[in-house]
Design a protein around this ligand. Structure first.
Ligand code: LIP
Length: 268
């Protein structure tokens, strides 16, 4: 059995580094914009990355390496290291990149650590609002130290549903088909631009559900644990191929039935 430190030590490390990275991002944000020099694109013309993303990831991975050199790393901006301890850190150094580059407040730092059974600890920190969500597997979820859950399990017609869209144009056309089916039967839809914050909105009740197709593991690693520990069912895999859905159980079942039939296929 690997000598895994108690949740508290891992959670405190993730919180410390999320706050440090958040401060770095806040300091850099005024000098950046979506069309600033140095902002590049990744998977498509609408998928930006900046020096701020990379600086945040370096700050986090340097801190993790100093504290826990044997742990694995998986980061959105390229961090990758196999684990010798059974633990791997999954990092989105800036989730909500487009929002960040437009000078908006709705972006965050997302850090999770996983073992063989999935996420063990998750932290999502939104510097511009001072909100921080965190959870440890089996130990519940909090937002700024206030315990989260249980969730309202509302019917479809009363559900406020968050979602997001791929950066790939061909996938977006298919995702629009989902929206066409969803809009007439739910209370309303929100598109926030950060999967991590969307998952935390389910955890704290500021949304009833979140789903998205073709999302990346670093976008959802921490937020999925936080939502689950607040009482949400997290559906991925065969029930929702290439996607993730978080909601209270009955609502989750109703949404999967509505969404699963036509699932966007990965772009070839
Ligand atoms: C974002 C996700 C969001 C998705 C966006 C984008 P990024 O991640 O958090 O849910 O809809 O298209 O992928 O690019 O800001 O790290």
């Amino acid at each position: 059995m690997l000598n895994t430190p108690p949740h508290t030590e891992l959670r405190e490390l993730a919180l410390r580094l999320a706050f440090e990275a958040g401060a770095e991002l806040v300091a850099r944000q005024p000098g950046l914009s979506i069309d600033a020099a140095g902002v590049e694109t990744k998977t498509s013309a609408s998928d930006p990355v900046s020096a701020a993303d990379r600086a945040s990831e370096k700050l986090i991975t340097d801190g993790l390496t100093a504290a826990r050199p044997g742990d694995g790393l998986l980061g959105e901006e390229g961090a990758s290291r196999p684990s010798t301890t059974g633990l791997t850190w999954v990092i989105d150094p800036l989730d909500g990149t487009v929002n960040y580059l437009y000078g908006r407040l709705d972006w965050c730092v997302s850090i999770a650590v996983e073992d063989g059974a999935g996420a063990l600890v998750g932290v999502v920190h939104q510097p511009r609002t001072g909100l921080t969500w965190s959870a440890a597997r089996g130990a519940g979820a909090v937002r700024n130290d206030v315990a989260l859950g249980p969730l309202r399990d509302v019917a479809l017609e009363s559900a406020l549903v968050s979602t997001g869209f791929s950066y790939l144009p061909e996938v977006r056309a298919e995702q629009a088909d989902h929206l066409r089916r969803l809009l007439p039967v739910v209370r309303d839809v929100r598109r926030g631009g950060s999967a991590a914050l969307d998952l935390c909105s389910v955890a704290d009740g500021t949304a009833d559900a979140y789903y998205e197709h073709l999302i990346q593991p670093w976008d959802i690693a921490a937020g999925s644990l936080i939502a689950r520990e607040a009482g949400a069912q997290i559906i991925t895999g065969t029930a929702l191929p290439h996607g993730v859905l978080a909601a209270a159980p009955a609502l989750a079942a109703a949404l999967v039935e509505l969404l699963a039939p036509s699932t966007p296929r990965r772009s070839v």
